[in-house]
Each structure stands twice: as structure tokens, then as C-alpha cells.
Write a protein that binds this ligand. Structure first.
Ligand SMILES: [Ca+2]
Ligand SMILES: [Ca+2]
Length: 80
């Protein structure tokens, strides 16, 4: 019984952490999907720091900041 409880708690912990684990490139606003709202957020965040926020999902060049280069890459990858 105790072991079953531990297994169930482990499964619940995995499910609870799934959204963070599934954070995807292009999900600028961190809502779990990639859509127009992400491009809007990306453009609005131009010239801001990306590190430590959901905007890091859209820091395509990995320089720690959001720029128009990231917006251009976001558009290019959205059109694939
Ligand atoms: Ca999103
Ligand atoms: Ca960048």
C-alpha cells in the first residue's frame, strides 16, 4: 500500500512538472501553445532581457535579450 502511494505520488509529480518540461521554443508568453499571442509578446518585448522569463523560449539566438532578430526567427520557424 505504501509503495503504491509512493508510485502514485511520483506520477502526480511528473504530471505537475509536465508544463515546465514541455516549455517549447516559440512559446514566448509561457501559456503552453505557440500562436499569434507569442509573436505579439515577442514584438512587445523588443530590447528587453529574456533570461529567467518565458521570453527565454523565444531567445532564438541565445544572447539573453529579445530583439528583432528573434522575432524574425520566430516568424521563419512558424512558417515551416
Ligand atoms: Ca504561447
Ligand atoms: Ca536574442
Amino acid at each position: 500500500m505504501f509503495r503504491t502511494t509512493l508510485i502514485l505520488l511520483g506520477i502526480l509529480a511528473l504530471l505537475a512538472s509536465a508544463p515546465a518540461a514541455l516549455a517549447a521554443a516559440g512559446d514566448c508568453n509561457g501559456d503552453g501553445s505557440v500562436d499569434q499571442a507569442d509573436l505579439d509578446a515577442l514584438v512587445a518585448a523588443n530590447n528587453t532581457v529574456a533570461t529567467g522569463t518565458s521570453m527565454a523560449n523565444c531567445d532564438y539566438d541565445g544572447d539573453g535579450a529579445i530583439s528583432l532578430a528573434d522575432a524574425n526567427q520566430h516568424i521563419a520557424e512558424s512558417n515551416q
